[in-house]
Design a binder for this molecule. Structure first.
Ligand SMILES: C[S@@+](CC[C@H](N)C(=O)[O-])C[C@H]1O[C@@H](n2cnc3c(N)ncnc32)[C@H](O)[C@@H]1O
Length: 284
């Protein structure tokens, strides 16, 4: 079996072919998937991507899924995992009712679910307001967030706690040493940022537009969202068949859970907020 994991980020299995915008580990191939999938027709038995499709603009999703279809062999399996718009919308409406009725828990859940819905589409800096929420001192609805977002949210919450514990006043070195270090630091910083400084001078106020544009094209932003209906329709449009909604552990892929892509070794679900869908390329 030949397996392909697209937009793998830090989540990959070493026996698979793994591809991402930037190299995230040993053997990961750097490639921008908006340019297509850099493999010949019918070269994989399985194509998988998790929390990638929503990073493409709506009008490029069809091209991308047709590329997945192209590189699959006849009867090959496509597994698509994406945030579940339907569950976000249902959770939002429930939290809205609770918040409106004066529940503090409902209000906190309402604040979070709005971030899930919008922050990833509109933020201008990495991590956005979701990261700020998860790294703050008081998180009133930690259990709710962990149930929705799993290990990634847990790691951010723990990082925030760790940083707060570590933040002690930095010891200031002796004056001469301090001044030399400062000069070296400024020089290195200037070298690294020379291009940016020139751009800033040239573009003036337009520089922030460039920064936002660059960030929006970096692969972090959500450009569309899917539910079981729209994703089924799209898969069908791209020539796939036998389309089914799955759980994290169910799959057409033999021994799926052994790869620990949608589940952890202890059986915990990696991204519980997900919509899991599978489809087959028609046999020749
Ligand atoms: C939210 S992360 C998901 C990572 C991993 N699949 C997971 O489920 O944890 C999205 C990943 O897709 C990658 N990505 C986004 N746009 C891409 C593109 N045009 N080409 C290649 N990779 C892209 C990002 O670099 C990032 O690693």
């Amino acid at each position: 079996m030949k397996y392909l994991n697209l937009g793998c980020g830090n989540r990959f299995h070493t026996t698979w072919t793994n591809l991402n915008f930037t190299v995230t580990g040993e053997g990961v191939i750097a490639h921008n998937l908006t340019q297509g999938i850099p493999f010949p027709d019918a070269s994989f038995d399985v194509v998988y991507h998790s929390h990638l499709l929503e990073h493409f603009p709506k009008n490029s999703a069809e091209f991308f899924l047709k590329e997945c279809h192209r590189v699959l062999r006849p009867a090959g399996i496509l597994r698509v995992v994406a945030p579940d718009l339907e569950q976000i919308a249902r959770t939002y409406l429930f939290a809205l009712e609770q918040a409106n009725a004066g529940s503090l828990e409902g209000a906190a859940n309402y604040e979070w679910i709005l971030l899930e819905m919008y922050d990833q589409a509109v933020r201008h800096t990495s991590g956005g307001e979701m990261k700020a929420y998860l790294t703050r001192e008081d998180i009133p609805n930690e259990d709710f967030i962990l149930k929705r977002c799993g290990i990634e949210a847990k790691n951010l919450i723990e990082t925030g706690r760790h940083h707060r514990q570590q933040s002690q006043p930095i010891k200031v070195p002796e004056n001469r040493l301090k001044n030399s270090l400062r000069r070296i630091y400024r020089f290195l910083r200037y070298q690294a940022y020379r291009r940016e400084i020139l751009l800033k001078l040239l573009l003036g106020r337009e520089y922030s537009t460039l920064q936002i544009g660059r960030f929006r094209q970096s692969g972090e932003i959500h450009q569309w969202m899917y539910d079981r209906y729209s994703l089924s329709m799209l898969l069908q449009q791209c020539g796939l068949e036998q389309i089914v909604q799955r759980s994290a552990t169910e799959s057409y892929i033999p021994n799926w859970t052994s790869f620990n892509l949608d589940t952890e070794p202890d059986g915990a679900i990696y991204k519980p907020d997900s919509l899991y869908m599978e489809a087959l390329k028609p046999a020749a």
